[in-house]
Every structure is written in structure tokens, then in C-alpha cells.
Write a protein that binds this ligand. Structure first.
Ligand code: UDP
Length: 367
């Protein structure tokens, strides 16, 4: 028997509108979940910054647009940085709308990694749930996540165990992974293509190590992604022979996927505790093996020797050597992993089950 449909309010990232690329992997996560939860028969309303667009297939899903100034990201925060909200900020407005809608919904699901929604959680009537999208970056956020966990940890879920290990939790974490509409990712058998790298071009993504490995092989590296830090991008470029990097910029997702699928491998070289690593799974979905540092989400996702190679973090020599073993990986095994663990359907089921299990409130108090 189908369980009774949930009425859910999904609150998008305040960093940029959906489709801008500024929200990074969160944009894709939210769109995937909108499609997956909608297909399960749940009733959804999305609250998102002005300009946001939902996937065309999410018919019947209402979107409420809210205007205001983008929220700064925590991605580059220092440990002691404060929480800030800009004048005319979009974040409080998103929550004003979401909490109003939440009065008649079963739950409000938050996608923004920010202080305000977490702080509100034990203090408001609607049941607010958080899919935490990053590892620990600043003490004020870590403390608040620990507070919510000790109040009612059922309201929190994470993409990977490695990400969750950054936080002080009272129980083992609920890990939901991530999910993709795999029909959008075409499996490519060819293993003769170029090496690729994808992500925001910013220091925590460690592009310099992937570029150094490509240069050591006398190869070229195709780079897709938003150049968040132009100074860093030109610094990386200056370390290798000219022409090593083929900059493609931030492409619309469909075009990016098509180009990515032609690669013989994707390199993934995070310097931070990457929460998940959408680009890793998108590559696997196309049959592209991934050579990565054994750190954060990618280190948990990649089955070394089966779907790619994991090497010690920051070890460019090992990364370079692993690139010479790419042909040992069967591209079909990469696709199969994505089908089993990271489809939109399995992800939506995990999130649906998590929310259902946490809907009844406990009598906890904030620590
Ligand atoms: N992406 C894209 N076009 C590009 C490069 C990247 O649409 O040219 C998307 C990619 O599909 C992925 C996201 O950008 O979903 C990056 O997410 P990831 O989790 O890897 O990193 P984040 O930026 O969230 O730290």
C-alpha cells in the first residue's frame, strides 16, 4: 500500500538562484529531490530566490519566489567567523515565507547551510529538517548543528559518513547520499578521451594538484566549473606549461554532462572534507572512472580498483601514477554503481523515509 503523501515545503539555497551555479551541488540535489519526491506522489512547494527555475518534469510543483540580496557562502569561512545576514538579505525572507507555508505542511526541508534555519528549528512550530550540505567549516555552525542534534537529531541528515564525522552528534548519523536522474547521463564505452576535472574553481577544490598530474603526464586537462576565485585560477595556470588547462567555464548541466561523458577519467582532488562530490557520481553515471584523493565524500563513494582509484590525499605522484592505471577500470562497473546507489529514485526514497521517521516531535530541550 502506498503511504499517505507528504506535504513538504523545500527551501532552496540563499547563495544564488537555482540555475545560477552559485549554489554548487546543492542546486542539483534540490532539483533531483523535487523530481524524485514528486514522482512518489508527495505534494511539494519550493521557496527559492527570484530567478530560480525548476526542472520541467516537476509538473504540479509550486515555486514561490522571494527577492533579496544573496547570502554569503560559508565555503570560505574561517573557524571563528560570525554568522552574517546582509541588508535586504534573501535568507530571512525565504524563512518568513517557508514558516508561513510550513504551518499547513508536514515538514519544511532546508537546503541552505546557514545559521538562521538551524537556530529556528527548535523554536518554531513547523517541523524543520536539514539536509546538511557541507562539512564543518566554522565553530558557530558546528556548535549549532551539535545543539540541534542533541535536541532531536532526527531532524538532520548528511550526504556521507565522512562529512557527518565533522560534527558532534548524539547518535550515528542519518546518511542519505545523493541522487541523479540517470536517464540524463549517457553511458559512454570509449576510454580514449581526455582527462577532466570539474567543480568550482576555488582553493578548497585543489585544482592545482590535478593540473600538476596532467602536466607530469604531458597531458591536457579539461576544466569545467564556475571560476569563483580568478586570482587562484591564474595562479594555478602559471604553475604548468601553457595549454595544459582547457578552460570550458560553467556550462549548462546538459552540455557539461555530454562533454564529461567523453573523458577517459575524471580527477577529483579536494583539499577540504567534501560533503559528497556530485561531479564524482555524475562521472560514474556516464561510465567515467574517477581518480581521487582519499578524502571526504569521494573517498567514501569510490570503490578503489572497481570504479576508479583512490590515492593518499595531496599526493600528486600517486595521483599521476593512478592515471596510468585507468584502463584497468571497467566503465560498466562505474555506471552500475551509480544505478544501485545514486539514482534519483533511491535518493528520494531515503529522504522520504528519513522525514517520515522524524515527523513526530520529541520533548527534548536544547543542550
Ligand atoms: N556543474 C555544471 N556545469 C559545469 C560544471 C559543474 O552544471 O560546467 C555542476 C555539476 O553538475 C555539479 C555541481 O556543478 O552538480 C558541482 O557540485 P559539487 O558537489 O561537485 O561541488 P560544490 O560546488 O557543491 O562544492
Amino acid at each position: 500500500m502506498m503511504p499517505i503523501a507528504l506535504n513538504l515545503v523545500l527551501v532552496s539555497t540563499p547563495i544564488g538562484h537555482l540555475g545560477s551555479g552559485r549554489g554548487g551541488g546543492v542546486e542539483l540535489t534540490l532539483c533531483s529531490l523535487v523530481e524524485g519526491l514528486n514522482a512518489m506522489g508527495n505534494q511539494l512547494t519550493v521557496v527559492a530566490p527570484e530567478g530560480s527555475v525548476l526542472p520541467a518534469v516537476a509538473s504540479g510543483v509550486e515555486i514561490k519566489h522571494v527577492s533579496g540580496v544573496d547570502q554569503p557562502s560559508w565555503q570560505h569561512a574561517g573557524d571563528k567567523d560570525p554568522a552574517v545576514i546582509p541588508f535586504n538579505g534573501v535568507l530571512p525572507r525565504l524563512w518568513e515565507e517557508a514558516l508561513e507555508l510550513g504551518k499547513s505542511a508536514d515538514a519544511v526541508l532546508n537546503f541552505s547551510y546557514d545559521w538562521l534555519p538551524l537556530w529556528l528549528t527548535p523554536r518554531v512550530e513547523p517541523s524543520v529538517f536539514h539536509l546538511i550540505s557541507m562539512g564543518g567549516v566554522a565553530a558557530i555552525m558546528n556548535d549549532l548543528i551539535a545543539d540541534v542534534a542533541s535536541w532531536d537529531q532526527r531532524r538532520l541528515s548528511f550526504h556521507t559518513f565522512r562529512q557527518a564525522s565533522d560534527f558532534s552528534l548524539v547518535q550515528p548519523p542519518t546518511v542519505v547520499g545523493n541522487g541523479f536522474d540517470l536517464a540524463n547521463y549517457e553511458f559512454q564505452r570509449t576510454n580514449e578521451g581526455p582527462l577532466g576535472w570539474a567543480g568550482r574553481v576555488a582553493p578548497e577544490k585543489g585544482l592545482e594538484d590535478a593540473v600538476a598530474a596532467a602536466a607530469a603526464l604531458g597531458d591536457q586537462l579539461i576544466v569545467w566549473g564556475l571560476i569563483e576565485d580568478p586570482g587562484y585560477a591564474s595562479e594555478v595556470e602559471s604553475t604548468v606549461p601553457s595549454g595544459t588547462i582547457d578552460w570550458r567555464g560553467f556550462l549548462p548541466n546538459e552540455k557539461y554532462r555530454r562533454e564529461l561523458s567523453q573523458c577517459r577519467a575524471l580527477l577529483n582532488t579536494p583539499k577540504w572534507n567534501e560533503a559528497y562530490g556530485n561531479v564524482v557520481v555524475e562521472a560514474l553515471a556516464c561510465g567515467v572512472p574517477v581518480v581521487a584523493f582519499d578524502r571526504g565524500g569521494p573517498g567514501e563513494i569510490i570503490d578503489s580498483g572497481v570504479t576508479g582509484w583512490l590515492v593518499p590525499p595531496d599526493d600528486v605522484g600517486a595521483l599521476t601514477a593512478a592515471c596510468t592505471r585507468i584502463s584497468q577500470i571497467k566503465r560498466l562497473d562505474c555506471r552500475r554503481w551509480a544505478e544501485e546507489w545514486a539514482s534519483q529514485e533511491v535518493f528520494a526514497k531515503r529522504v522520504d523515509a528519513w522525514i517520515r521517521s522524524g515527523i513526530n516531535s520529541l520533548d527534548g530541550t536544547i543542550s
